[in-house]
Design a protein around this ligand. Structure first.
Ligand SMILES: [Zn+2]
Length: 257
């Protein structure tokens, strides 16, 4: 539940037609340059203060490399069904990534139903396939009532211009800790590949502090094309190297079918 409080509580302030939002919960300051210090962060807004030790001592951390020679092929993998659609444009620049705030969309994993809450982007990808980074990785964050999270990871590759990703590039605030809403929609299906049934899955963590574990990762195998100009625009206008370093597998299995 904590994760939701940190990520999703914000208040709205109307300013000349746009809606801006300021986070009420200010996380401890952290940077990607000093990942080795994430475990020393302490969130003092909680009582008692909440240490981010898991970033250092956790044994099931993310991201990881997917080694195609070390997969656990299984026939009884839960099927996933993604029902995302068009969502009103609400974009936040939180100082670490660009986030699309979402209040509709469903992910089914077997018999369990998750609600989509946001999607954000890393450049290059955090997960690697056989050691290879993709230019961008999208994280679709889905929550279930008991506080559990499942993240759908999508790799973006150089290819055709993507008009829906362009709406994000054109509209997202450049300033940190700002949110903007627009009278327009983003079709989330255009940010997904056609095939959403083939994936790798494993249990890991948030890739940002507090690095909380118990998160089911679903990394889709098919990639989404975006243009090289769009990749460059994301990197120069917003973020590059907003990526946590590869974490140890520690005996975990990566399942696929
Ligand atoms: Zn992420």
């Amino acid at each position: 539940m904590r994760i939701f409080l940190i990520v999703f509580i914000y208040i709205n302030i109307s300013v000349s037609g746009m809606v801006l939002a300021a986070d009420t919960h200010v996380d401890p300051h952290w940077t990607y340059h000093e990942q080795y210090k994430w475990n020393l962060l302490i969130d003092r807004l909680y009582s008692p203060p909440y240490p981010y030790a898991e970033c250092g001592i956790g044994q099931k951390q993310s991201p990881i490399n997917i080694d195609s020679n070390d997969l656990d092929f299984t026939n009884d993998l839960d099927e996933i069904k993604i029902e995302y659609g068009k969502v009103p444009i609400s974009l936040t620049n939180n100082g670490h990534t660009v986030r699309v705030n979402i209040s509709q969309g469903l992910l089914y994993i077997g018999k369990y139903k998750y609600q989509l809450v946001q999607v954000h982007f890393h450049s290059p990808s955090e997960h690697t396939i056989n050691g290879k980074h993709y230019p961008i990785e999208a994280h679709f964050i889905n929550g279930i009532d008991d506080g559990g999270l499942a993240v759908v990871g999508v790799f973006y590759e150089i290819g055709m211009f993507n008009p829906e990703f362009d709406k994000i590039l054109k509209e997202a605030p450049k300033a940190n800790n700002m949110t903007i809403t627009k009278d327009d929609f983003i079709d989330l299906n255009k940010l997904l590949p056609h095939n959403t049934e083939d994936f790798y899955t494993y249990f890991g963590s948030l890739t940002t502090p507090p690095c909380s574990e118990g998160i089911q990762w679903l990394l889709l195998k098919e990639t989404v094309p975006i243009s090289i100009d769009q990749i460059e625009e994301f990197k120069t206008k917003y973020y590059q190297n907003n990526v946590r370093k590869e974490q140890k597998l520690n005996g975990r299995k990566i399942d696929t079918h």
